[in-house]
Write a new protein. Structure first.
Lengths: 65, 360
């Protein structure tokens, strides 16, 4: 299902964004903007997590025969 | 009405088939034997009577032995030799003791074949998107599974094979569902679910053929049958055993609440990291300023030290200081007869030079 895949991709993307803050590439001048985009992505992920729905299908096959 | 023995037997069989197409009979097993590795014979008896039973070994889904109380599902039949017999379709031990005995016998047999070996167990795939479920959609255990699954995670396509999960027909239905999922091969894991029940209710999960079908499954199988304390052969042969249907849902999914919390905590930690780095930078700037001011102070002090020294020298050379010490300054032509000016600290004196001579 695409939903879970997309969500996992977003979580991976967030992880990468977060890594930057711990890396040697960190620059205080860029931190505000990078933090802002990371927070936006985090909110998006939280929204996706709430909205994920399962699809349940009861098969038509009769297993008693 | 005149009939041949064959006709009589045929009529009696037709009558019995009409009156008693299938009977369920409970009794004690006696004279149990297996012929040619294919045919099973035993008597089913109570205190007063006994009836012969026949079945194929393939139909014997749980081991039985003499003295064991069982219930058989059978078709009554008169053989061509005029002997009454039950053609058994299914047999199941009755009572907790007999069920346990049968379970232990089969468990040992399957264990000896290596069906429970941990080396056979496969790990469940992560991030499942397709799950096959075998359960009764009417069962409380199934409802628990769906509730927990929906609460924990989403985006999963769940295909449910509705089967009986207790009774004599249950094992065959579950086997068919297992085969269906394996043929379709469009789910990543198969979950066999059944809520709690008595030992008799759960005995269908101790079926030998069901156990073998689970072992044969190309798709990993997880079971959630009964409660933690209930152990079935299906559990033992499955790749993963969960304690309950709810536990199956927990084992198959991540928890969206926990994931959300993780994301929030991560962002909280990042904010702290940024604050710490800002703090460090400010502290670094302060240190730089402190170092610069210290250097500057030293330079100023050095400079001031030099000036004081020079002032001291200059002061030492000040003529007034010399006069103060009692010395005098003589100005004018230094020759006999001339008038010179003598300056002391307090006075100025004009004096005539009377005599002059060089110092020794």
């Amino acid at each position: 299902m695409g939903e879970t895949k997309k969500l996992n991709e977003k979580i991976e993307e967030l992880d990468k964004k977060v890594e930057w803050f711990y890396s040697d590439d960190f620059k205080l001048g860029e931190a505000t903007e990078k933090y802002k985009t990371a927070v936006e992505l985090a909110h998006e992920i939280e929204g996706d997590l709430k909205n994920l729905k399962n699809e349940i299908e009861v098969l038509a096959e009769d297993f008693s025969k | 009405m005149k009939m041949s023995p064959t006709e009589l037997i045929a009529v009696i069989n037709q009558t019995m088939e009409y009156a008693y197409p299938v009977v369920l009979i409970e009794g004690e097993v006696a004279s149990f034997k297996v012929n040619q590795g294919k045919w099973v014979f035993f008597d089913l008896k109570d205190e007063e009577s006994s009836v012969g039973c026949f079945m194929t070994l393939w139909q014997l889904r749980l081991p039985i032995e003499d003295g064991m109380k069982v219930v058989v599902q059978a078709v009554p039949k008169l053989t061509k030799w005029g002997k009454f017999s039950l053609t058994v379709q299914a047999v199941k031990p009755v009572g907790e003791g007999n069920l346990k005995k049968s379970f232990e016998l089969l468990k040992k047999k399957l264990a000896d074949e290596g069906l429970f070996d941990t080396s056979r167990k496969r790990a469940l795939p992560e991030d499942l998107t397709e799950i096959g479920v075998i359960s009764s959609t009417q069962a409380a255990g199934y409802a628990d599974f769906v509730k927990i699954l929906n609460a924990r995670w989403g985006g999963i396509k769940v295909k449910v094979a509705h089967t009986q999960v207790q009774g004599m027909d249950a094992p065959d239905q579950i086997i068919k569902a297992l085969r269906y999922f394996n043929e379709k091969n469009d789910v990543q894991v198969i979950a066999i679910l059944r809520g709690g029940g008595s030992a008799d209710d759960l005995s269908c999960f101790n079926d030998e053929q069901l156990a073998r079908e689970i072992a044969r499954s190309k798709i990993p199988v997880i079971t959630g049958i009964g409660h933690e304390v209930d152990e079935s052969l299906a559990d033992l042969v499955a790749d993963v055993r969960a304690s309950t249907p709810s536990n199956v849902a927990e084992m198959l999914t991540r928890d969206r609440v926990a994931e959300g919390l993780k994301v929030r905590n991560t962002m909280g930690r990042v904010a702290q990291v940024v604050l710490n780095k800002i703090d460090m930078q400010v502290r670094g700037n302060n240190d730089m300023m402190t170092r610069a001011s210290r250097d500057l102070r030293i330079k100023i002090e050095n400079y001031l030290g030099g000036v004081v020294q020079k002032i001291k020298i200059l002061e030492a050379l000040n003529p007034e200081k010399i006069l103060l010490q009692g010395y005098a300054i003589i100005t004018g032509a230094m020759k006999v007869g001339s008038v010179v000016k003598i300056t002391t600290f307090t006075d100025e004196i004009d004096a005539e030079i009377k005599t002059m001579k060089r110092r020794e």
